[in-house]
Design a protein around this ligand. Structure first.
Ligand code: AGP
Length: 610
């Protein structure tokens, strides 16, 4: 977690770093800080809470500098406080460092340094690194960093400056993203592309083990042993405007409303419904492998992406007839999954930087599995390390709660499952055409639905004060119940649980009384009658029923307290539709409660620590 940024050039580093931090705030926002060097003197400003506090600090006491580094924090070691906020320095205030990652052996190093007389000011793992660099410093910052990196274990992206060498930033990467933005008479470092886009499109994506010396007009990349590393400058295509709110009150709302277009973008050029053909250019998995060699699929992800994976299990098994299991990445990596070269491991990740998902991918590669990533962020670690990648073409997702990337992931998984079902002879061309047409039509249906969200606002207002919510679904919509509950918890802090509706009577039904809203996904399809029985059971215990039902279902009105109608779809495609009202319900409840929708407490957008 955490975002880092650095600048060296002729402009005011403070302005560039502050605006970069704004773009990186999604990575952590419990405190922030900036260090600059002016006339060989280090100035550090740090503040607790949102970035606006740091802005205020610089507005009250402006400072101008041509070199600086900045950080926005998601606390791992030590509570959010000014002392623990980055940048950190050694005791002489000569070496200044910002860090994203975790130094695993920091406690041992800290003890050793304390025995050598070093005094520490924070509880962080990062401060140790500043002190260690100081220990090795003999008028050569790059050398001191190289020596230090040999001693530390863990993950890091560092930005380091030194008052004795105010003409350079040293940066290094190991299992945390770090990008150098290449400018003209200026250069930048940052945790992600979005922070650099206003300044340059030319970027160097550092690899693990890279250590770079960045000056105004030169970038040298080496390793710890001082060997030169080869680097490529890539030109990044991305629309900076996508990272703006464009008139919406929150990024989350904007991202919910973008879904018709983001689904279209993910489908574009990949499905041909009239011909009954799927063409995913980037995926070069041999047809032979899909037809014969594959024995099973293992889908691995975290959070929302995991729930997309749960939907895909049904698709791969029911359509393509490939045995599929789905696992949470943090569990998968620490058990002993049975994997071999016949297993296809699909990792799903919006950010492409989630530490556990990345570790799962590496584990799969070590076991010789075929790997495929479904990822939103181009050039992220997961997309670069996976053998095959399908990008969800959703553009930057800034709201911490995933919305458009969830439907993007579902869309990509639907295409894959249909394609492979056809290739394996489990689906006729005619059926494939019908399903592809359904997929092609879903953006329009979502667009129509989004034209009137009043019914959801009404339900949200009526129920925002409730303390517990239950979400029920069955079959393809069981993962949607889980995802709906996750959305509510993360942005409104209301306790919400998703259940497979048939499981209720095995325990959770005991929770229901007149104070408990029960949100039930009850769209037309093979489990509709079953879910109606589950609604009756919840009603009999006094639960407040909110049904998400297919348009013109009159029956459900008599069985529910509130009905949110969605356009009719086939049951097969319904998860892409039914999640939309649940996203909006969570959103409006959060707004009514006055919560911080885009930056909920304790969370960060990409979880780059395990
Ligand atoms: C969902 O709203 C969350 N922000 C979270 O569960 C997220 O989906 C999870 O951390 C996985 O992130 P990734 O897709 O970037 O790997």
């Amino acid at each position: 977690m955490c975002g880092i940024i650095g600048y060296i050039g002729k402009a005011n580093a403070v302005d560039i770093i502050l605006s970069g931090l704004k773009k990186l705030e999604y990575r952590g926002y419990d405190s922030a800080g900036i260090a600059v060097i002016v006339d060989r003197k280090v100035h550090i400003r740090r503040s607790v809470g949102k970035l606006c506090n740091l802005y205020l600090n610089f507005r009250e006491r402006p400072i101008s500098a041509n070199i600086g580094i900045g950080h926005t924090r998601w606390a791992t070691h030590g509570k959010p406080s000014e002392e623990n906020a980055h940048p950190h320095t050694d005791y002489t205030k000569s070496i200044v460092i910002v860090h994203n990652g975790i130094i695993e052996n920091y406690a041992k190093l800290r003890d050793e340094l304390q025995n050598n007389g070093h005094e520490f000011k924070s509880e962080t793992d990062t401060e140790v690194v500043a002190h260690l660099i100081k220990e090795h410093y003999k008028n050569n910052l790059l050398y001191a960093v190289q020596k230090t990196l040999i001693k530390i274990e863990g993950s890091y992206a560092f930005g380091i400056i030194c008052k004795e060498e105010p003409d350079k930033i040293i940066c290094a990467r190991q299992d945390a993203p770090l990008i150098i933005g290449v400018g003209k008479d200026e250069n930048f470092i940052a945790s992600d592309v979005a922070a650099l886009l206003p300044h340059t499109r030319d970027m160097i994506f550092l690899e693990n083990g890279d250590i770079a010396e960045v000056t105004v007009d030169k970038i040298i990349v080496k390793d710890v042993k001082n060997n030169m590393r080869s680097v490529k400058i890539k030109s990044v295509e991305c629309d900076a405007v996508q990272s703006e709110k464009s008139g919406y009150k929150h990024f989350m709302l904007k991202e919910i409303f973008e879904q018709p277009s983001t689904i279209e973008n993910t489908l574009n050029g990949r499905i041909y419904p009239n011909e009954g053909r799927v063409f995913i250019e980037e995926v070069k998995i041999k047809e032979e492998y899909i037809k014969k060699d594959i024995s099973n699929i293992c889908v691995v992800a975290c959070g929302t992406a995991y729930y997309a994976g749960l939907v895909s299990k049904i698709l791969f098994e029911e359509f393509a007839k490939i045995p599929t299991e789905v696992d949470i990445a943090s569990e998968f990596r620490y058990r002993e999954p049975i994997l071999n070269e016949k297993t296809l491991v699909i990792v799903i990740s919006q950010s492409g930087e989630t530490a556990d998902t990345l570790a799962a991918l590496r584990l799969a590669k070590n076991k010789g599995c075929q790997t495929l990533a479904i990822c939103n962020v181009i050039e992220s670690s997961i997309s670069r390390e996976s053998v095959h990648v399908i990008y969800t073409c959703c553009g930057p997702e800034i709201g911490v709660a995933s919305t458009k990337t969830f439907t993007g992931q579902l869309t990509a998984l639907y295409i894959l499952a249909l394609d492979w079902a056809f290739k394996r002879g489990k689906l006729t061309k005619e059926s494939l055409k019908i399903y592809l047409k359904e997929l092609e039509g879903i953006p329009l249906k979502i667009r129509l639905f989004l034209e009137d969200v009043k019914p959801i606002k009404i339900v949200a207002k009526m129920l925002a004060h409730k303390k517990i919510f239950l979400y029920l679904g069955r079959y393809l919509n069981y993962p949607i119940a889980l995802e709906g509950a996750l959305k509510l918890k993360e942005i409104s802090y209301i306790h919400a649980e998703g259940y497979a509706a048939g499981e209720m009577k095995h325990g959770p039904i005991a929770l229901i009384d007149a104070s408990v809203p029960v949100v039930v996904v009850a769209v037309a399809g093979r489990v509709y009658k079953k879910i109606i029985s589950n609604i009756e059971e919840a009603r009999a215990r006094g639960g407040v029923i909110i049904a998400v039902a297919s348009d013109s279902n009159e029956e459900i009105k008599n069985k529910s307290d509130y009905v949110i109608y969605v356009p009719k779809t086939s049951e097969f495609i319904s998860p892409i539709m039914t999640i939309i009202p649940l996203q909006l319900l969570a959103y409006y409840i959060s707004v009514f409660l006055g919560c911080d929708v885009d930056q909920p407490r304790n969370l960060a957008k990409s979880v780059t620590v395990e």
